[in-house]
Design a protein around this ligand. Structure first.
Ligand SMILES: NC(=O)c1ccc[n+]([C@@H]2O[C@H](COP(=O)([O-])OP(=O)(O)OC[C@H]3O[C@@H](n4cnc5c(N)ncnc54)[C@H](O)[C@@H]3O)[C@@H](O)[C@H]2O)c1
Length: 357
């Protein structure tokens, strides 16, 4: 197959995809766009790109010779940039979340239905080695039918919400923690399989740790969800609560025949499992020892997940396969967080999560 040409917009987090696609024999980086000219120049230097391959203007970047556009810009730009790239005939791999508004999610979904190219949301946490391993256990029926699932993503990123010295604010300053829900809901809904969230509520609406810059500084939010098939889901999010590294990326799934959970304490510490009929009691096990192999350049603080999601998107294009994280799933994983925030503001009411036809 001829090499696919990749353009990347947003050269900060986009750097993970720059690295993966620049080092792949299936792809080449043919264009880079960032509002910050110096970042473009740095990428050009690192990858020997010419001045004609770097852009600060997104419209001009879309006219460059690319097959794939990777969107690594702040979330408020995702909807507009994804729609424009799809309309320009590109395949789109967009960072999480799909968009920061319901309307934005709908626009991307509709553009993806009309588009020739594929759309995929880059929810990399689904590609963690242990999540993939758990999926196999679940498909083998080891824990029966999942009836409840839970996740926590507690990451103190106060320095990314505002600059303490200057008071400068950033794009994350006004993002409620629960809006950033896909690292929690992505793996849980992948493990559950064919189901969608239909109702949402949330508790936690006060910011006492950082008493301004609401809502990003809400101390902690807990959202409850109900799925179409009657499953309960709980997720917990904070961006400000003091917790030095390691931050928590915690999951548990309970089924009719057992459960699986990883640890709240980072790598190399045991999680627990129980498979009825196989285990006599709850068994501690290391969720991280079977990290999927990947080339050294591909390993980073997200394990090998960025590498595998990048490769999976290429497979979807090459073999004309619908991405698991297509626009429908991106919508179904992003909207519950937007609705949960509305529910918290309205006084912890339960709200219906809009569904696609
Ligand atoms: N999946 C993950 O694990 C993960 C991790 C971190 C960030 N993210 C996502 O990646 C995205 C970027 O996050 P970040 O931490 O790199 O943010 P950042 O603020 O550090 O960097 C954003 C970059 O985009 C550029 N930019 C901003 N607006 C632009 C525009 N309109 N056009 C072109 N360039 C623009 C900025 O100059 C900057 O270089 C967000 O969507 C975030 O949610 C995902």
């Amino acid at each position: 197959m001829k090499k696919l040409k990749v353009g990347i917009v947003g050269a900060s987090r986009g750097g993970a995809y720059l690295k993966n696609y620049a080092n792949s024999d299936r792809t080449e980086i043919s264009a880079v766009c960032d509002l910050d000219q110096s970042k473009c120049e740095q990428v050009a230097k690192d990858l020997s790109l010419t001045d004609r391959q770097i852009f600060t203007d997104y419209g001009q970047f879309l006219n460059a010779d690319t097959d794939i556009v990777v969107i690594g810009t702040p979330i408020p730009f995702h909807a507009e940039q994804a729609v424009q790239a799809l309309e320009a005939g590109k395949h789109v791999l967009s960072e999480v979340t799909m968009a920061n508004t319901i309307e934005g999610c709908k626009q991307v979904y509709e553009a993806a239905q009309r588009a020739k190219g594929k759309y995929m949301m880059a929810e990399n946490y689904i590609y963690f080695g242990f999540i993939r391993e758990w999926k196999k256990y679940i498909e083998e029926g080891r824990i029966g039918r999942i009836h409840y699932a839970e996740a926590e993503y507690i990451h103190d990123i106060r320095k990314l919400l505002f600059d303490k010295e200057s008071g400068e604010t950033f794009w994350r300053t006004y993002r409620p923690p629960i809006h950033y829900c896909t690292h929690c809901l992505g793996p849980l809904m992948y493990l559950i399989g064919d189901d969608t969230i239909v109702k949402a509520t949330a508790a936690g609406n006060k910011n006492t740790i950082v008493p301004d810059l609401w809502p990003s500084t809400i101390d902690m939010q807990v959202a409850l969800f109900e799925t179409k098939q009657g499953r309960g889901i709980k997720i917990c999010r904070s961006q400000v609560t003091p917790r030095p590294e390691p931050h928590t990326v915690y999951y548990s799934v309970y089924g009719t025949k057992g459960f699986l959970e990883n640890t709240r304490h980072g790598k190399d510490v045991v999680g627990n499992r129980y498979f009825e009929g196989i285990d006599k009691q709850t068994v501690p096990f290391n969720c991280y020892e079977n990290e999927i192999e990947a080339p050294d350049f591909a390993k980073n603080s997200h394990g090998t997940s960025d590498y595998y999601i990048a490769q999976d998107f290429l497979d979807c294009i090459e073999f004309d396969r619908e991405p698991f994280l297509n626009a429908r799933r991106a919508f179904e994983l992003t909207l519950p967080g937007l609705i949960a925030q509305e529910a918290a503001v309205k006084g912890n009411v339960w709200l219906d999560v809009p569904q696609l036809d």
